[in-house]
Design a protein around this ligand. Structure first.
Ligand code: PEP
Ligand code: MG
Length: 761
């Protein structure tokens, strides 16, 4: 049975068109279950009914025509009860309803099960037989198992079906939103453009050659030309992104070094293969190795290797780089299996309105570059054949990761309205940039930015906030191929501190592990978020921690704006141990400073509150540190026991959960009593609703993405603290996160800030 089940699921998953997939499913299932009829109904929520989509055994001309209301007949009953129905004679069941079009008079035995995905009934699958009999328990269990597996396949097939239905430019019947990972914020609309790379290793046929010397020379020349082209691309994008981001291109140079690919390719040439075949052979093995790695960062490096090798191949074949086919006629959304950094650099900037990378995450190079360039992007749109997006009109929401292909004219109109609303709002928000962040009733708030790239990039945002509330130092670590040296870190931190010496810069020590792997420091764990991450790694590797602290302290010599923050603290002893190491480094660096007649001021040291345990140890912690900063992203994850990166439970991850809000309130009240400064630096602080609630709780310092800062300032300036208190009182009694959000949105609407809610920004 298990083999049959797997075979059916796999077969259905391969079929791109929804109708074909359902037809195949009905046929295979009828045969496997040895029944007289198998039918599939899908839910149409707009019209509140189930539509017969495929059948083997009922009248085929009823397909697409029979609509069974959500509360009608046996199909409706299965949908309502969300459980299987097994009856020996359907016609004698009180809920039986006759639909003459389907011609089912001859059938009696009936087994039906719902197709449910993420609590939503997507459809109903039925088996029927002429004789009167109850289906066996085995048959029922098989159908339920199959339905549970098929629901996801149907979601995917439905999406694929939608795309092919719209080929003729008609509004598709099943308007479906495709869901990916938000890669870079913003809304964008335009035609999908899939670059047509004619030269690719994948289509290269292996050929022998006995002219080894000639082939080696050809290969070396191709590598040389590729190196020059990569340099040109890196220069081309150089004006738009900071040096740190440009470092992505260093990986390409490293791969081009003889020690990486070269030796192996040349060895293969000496075995009697031509240069192109040898390259293909070696590279395909590398790609496979990278794809098989458990570390997502390393998996993603396969894209770099493949892209680079295709470039070398183009040079071997003697094709000019221009033939790499990146020239859309008009503005377009770039769609590729995996968008690589050079591909982005190559794409004409004035025509690039958005990016869709079928693979990848928000750690991908394409996502980092897209954010630096301010282009909306959606990543990881798996299971959709890319060709179906080519040339189609696409709506892309980089805030939520949603993509709508070939939208109906009404959806397109609504989305265009959102795009212009977003634009108008941004203009309005910009106008208030220079004004103070105070509420209508004079409550002053301090807004800081969360930074993570380099001073060069962030300096443009410095003028907006009062400083940096969270500098995620791990990002420069993630973009390199080894730990950055003390000197490299010193330069980075110095630039950051000097960029605005009067503003406070809170640098968080290395917070890797969990979802943030370092390519050169692999950590393989079953349960990474509960494993070796943040301060735990730092304390186990004082040599790495001390280098970082020394670099920070050296960078702050002669300045007074550094604060050091420790991530993932779960006990007082960790804070004390880290404090001891910081003091040790301070004495060393002070000594060095004194020798050159300079002054080093001891920076304030604080801890992040992101593990629930610390909420119960605030008084003890307050004795050994200078400030607290709440990491609401991880606090939500750990309080609710929901992996923040797991899409299957994404709907349960919600910082507006009343329990999270209660914890946040408790933290600020206790911190005030203990007289210790407290900030919030998780995503919640940068959301209009979140910022209002936090302000009402008593927080006066919020740190957020620079993208959100002016928006939050605008919100703060539009509300009054007393209204915010009232709102908080109302929502604290609510049960569900959605109720909280509804109330907050209602309030925003009531004070004329509904645009923020509608534009989703
Ligand atoms: C947090 O957890 O809220 C936080 C700010 O840290 P990060 O998102 O980097 O884990
Ligand atoms: Mg965190």
């Amino acid at each position: 049975m298990l083999t049959t089940l797997k075979r059916i699921v796999q077969e259905v998953n391969q079929i791109p068109d929804l109708d074909d997939a359902l037809r195949c499913l009905a046929d295979r299932l009828k045969e496997a279950m040895k029944v007289d009829s198998c039918s599939i109904y899908l839910a149409d929520y707009d019209n509140q009914n189930f539509v017969l989509m495929a059948t083997e055994g009922l009248a085929k001309d009823a397909i697409g025509k029979v609509n069974i209301g959500f509360s009608e007949g046996l199909i409706g009953l299965i949908g309502q009860r969300e459980e299987p129905l097994n009856i020996s004679d359907a016609r004698s069941h009180p809920r039986f309803k006759h639909y003459p079009e389907v011609k089912e008079e001859k059938y009696h035995a009936f087994l039906g099960a719902p197709l449910i995905h993420q609590r939503k009934v997507l459809g109903v699958l039925t088996l029927q037989q002429k004789g009167k009999r109850r289906f066996s328990e085995d048959e029922e269990a098989f159908l339920v198992t199959l339905c549970a597996q098929l629901a996801l396949e149907i979601v995917h097939a439905e999406a694929r079906g939608l795309l092919s239905l719209s080929e003729d430019n008609q509004a598709p019947k099943w308007q479906k939103t495709l869901r990916g990972i938000p890669g870079s914020p913003g809304l964008s609309m335009g035609a999908g453009f899939v670059p047509d790379y004619k030269i690719s290793l994948r289509s290269q046929v292996a050929k022998r050659s006995d002219k080894a010397d000639q082939e080696i020379a050809l290969y070396r020349q191709a590598v040389f030309s590729t190196r020059t082209q990569v340099d040109q691309l890196s220069d081309r994008i150089g004006d738009e992104v900071p040096e740190d981001v440009k470092a992505i291109f260093q990986i390409y140079h490293h791969l081009l070094d003889a020690n990486s690919l070269g030796h192996e390719v040349e060895a293969r040439i000496k075995e009697g293969w031509d240069a192109a075949s040898s390259l293909k052979y070696v590279v395909e093995q590398y790609i496979q190795q990278f794809r098989n790695m458990s570390d997502p960062y390393m998996q993603e490096r396969a894209v770099d290797i493949e892209d680079l090798s295709n470039r070398i191949l183009a040079n071997i074949i003697g094709s000019s780089p221009d033939s790499r086919a990146l020239e859309p006629e008009q503005s377009a959304i770039l769609v590729a299996e995996e968008v690589s950094a050079p591909m982005l650099a190559e794409f004409p900037r004035e025509k690039l309105t958005g990016i869709i990378s079928m693979r990848g995450s928000n750690n991908s190079h394409a996502a980092i570059l897209a954010r630096a360039m301010g282009v909306p992007a959606v990543m990881g749109l798996t299971d959709i054949p890319m060709s179906l997006l080519d040339g189609k009109f696409i709506l892309l929401d980089g805030y939520s990761g949603e993509v709508i292909v070939s939208p109906s004219s009404s959806i397109k109109r609504e989305f265009s309205a959102l795009v212009s609303e977003e634009k108008q709002l941004s203009e309005k928000i910009e106008l208030q940039a220079a004004l103070p962040t105070v509420t209508q009733d004079s409550c002053a708030m301090s807004l800081f930015i969360n930074a993570g790239l380099s001073a060069e990039l962030e300096s443009s945002h410095f003028k907006q906030g009062e400083g940096v509330g969270l500098y995620r130092t791990e990002i420069p670590f993630m973009l390199r191929e080894r730990f950055p040296s003390e000197q490299e870190q010193y330069v980075l931190y110095k630039n950051m501190l000097e960029a605005n010496p009067t503003k406070q810069i809170t640098m968080r020590t290395l917070d890797v592990g969990g979802d943030k792997p370092l390519p050169y420091f692999p950590i393989n764990e079953e349960n990474p978020f509960l494993g070796w991450r943040g301060i735990r790694i730092a304390l186990d590797h004082p040599e790495i921690f001390l280098v970082q602290i020394r670099a920070m302290l050296r960078a702050s010599i002669g300045l007074e704006n550094l604060q050091i923050m420790l991530p993932m603290i779960s006990s007082v002893s960790e804070a004390k141990e880290a404090g001891r190491l910081i003091r040790q480094a301070f004495h060393e660096v002070s000594e060095e400073a004194r020798e050159s007649n300079q002054l080093l001021v001891m920076p304030k040291v604080g801890v992040m509150l992101e593990v629930p345990a610390v909420i119960y140890q605030l008084p003890q912690l307050a004795k050994c540190v200078d400030f607290f900063s709440v990491g609401s992203n991880d606090l939500t994850q750990y309080l609710l026991a929901v992996d923040r990166n797991n899409s299957r439970v994404a709907e349960l991850y919600d910082s507006y959960h009343p329990a999270v809000l209660a914890a946040l309130k408790q933290i600020v009240e206790q911190s005030d009593q203990l007289n210790i400064p407290v900030t919030v630096c998780g995503e919640l602080a940068g959301e209009p609703g979140g910022a209002i609630l936090l302000m009402a709780m008593g927080y006066r310092k919020l740190s957020m993405n620079s993208h959100n800062l002016l928006k939050v300032k605008w919100v703060v300036r539009s509300v009054s603290l007393s209204d915010a208190h009232q709102l908080l009182d109302t929502i604290l009694g609510l049960e569900h996160p959605q109720d909280v959000k509804d109330q907050v949105n209602l309030y925003l609407e009531s004070i004329g800030l509904g645009g923020l809610v509608r534009a989703g920004i």
